[in-house]
Ligand binder design. Structure first.
Ligand code: C5P
Length: 232
């Protein structure tokens, strides 16, 4: 997948709403992120339906379980034809390594990314669950572990790209949510960057939801973002 690829977060209630967005924005090179809300409502049928349209899908289910369960879930995701899925790095080395080993049996495998520290967690929240590093130290630690365990990259806030790049190889992929066009609303995102700033900082792929899906003119909002990515 090419650097700078944008995944539109389909955080909507059902199939009808999701397909309306896909129909409107199809053809401009975006991929589609299906997360827990839409997947729980519609199941794998909708994933298959969007894949059958020739579209790239990122299945954002953040698997975190014992190694065999996650490896088998990863194979099931691959069978749906998704291009990308993710796991929690906190699931540990064996969970990630077994998942990668299972995927390596496939002729055309999806990329698998690790979620490091959820951006919703503060230093205090981390301490409460027993992580006593700062969020940045913990992100770096998870990124390094994910790389060693065979993950293709990580999901991270745009503000964490620099620290991740300092501990991983240059081809390790970074996908960043928390993207807000210059002058746009922040919604509930706290650690944000503009599309151009995220790419300049070294992001490979971007996830953008509400600034596009809830815009009065979705096409215009998306074109402006693509233009910003291309022209800085
Ligand atoms: O609407 P918005 O652009 O904020 O959507 C961002 C998407 O990325 C949402 O689906 C959200 O769940 C996801 N995400 C995030 N921050 C993370 C991980 C995932 O915003 N750290």
């Amino acid at each position: 997948m090419e650097k700078g690829k944008v995944f539109i977060a389909l955080d909507v209630a059902d199939r009808r709403e999701a397909l309306a967005i896909v129909a409107e924005l199809k053809g401009f090179g975006a991929g589609w992120k299906i997360g827990k809300q839409l997947f729980t409502q519609e199941g794998p049928a909708l994933v298959k339906e969007i894949v059958a349209m020739g579209e790239d899908v990122f299945l954002d289910l953040k698997y975190h379980d014992i190694p065999n369960t996650v490896a088998q879930a990863g194979l099931a995701a691959a069978k749906l034809g998704v291009k990308l899925f993710n796991v929690h790095a906190a699931g540990g080395r064996a969970m990630m390594a077994e998942t990668r080993k299972a995927l390596d049996t496939l002729p055309d495998r999806p990329l698998v990314l690790a979620v490091t520290v959820l951006t919703s967690l503060s230093a205090e929240d981390l301490a409460e669950v027993g992580y006593h590093a700062t969020p940045a130290q913990q992100v770096a630690r998870f990124a390094k572990l994910a790389e060693e365990a065979g993950m293709d990259g990580v999901v991270a806030s745009p503000l964490e790209i620099e620290i991740i790049r300092s501990v991983t190889r240059p081809s390790f992929k970074i996908l960043t949510p928390g993207i807000r066009p210059a002058g746009g609303l922040k919604d509930d995102q706290k650690r944000i960057a503009t599309p151009a700033a995220a790419i300049a900082a070294g992001a490979d792929y971007l996830v953008i939801g509400r600034p596009v899906t809830q815009a009065p003119d979705r096409k215009k909002a998306f074109w402006e973002i693509l233009d910003e990515i291309r022209n800085g």
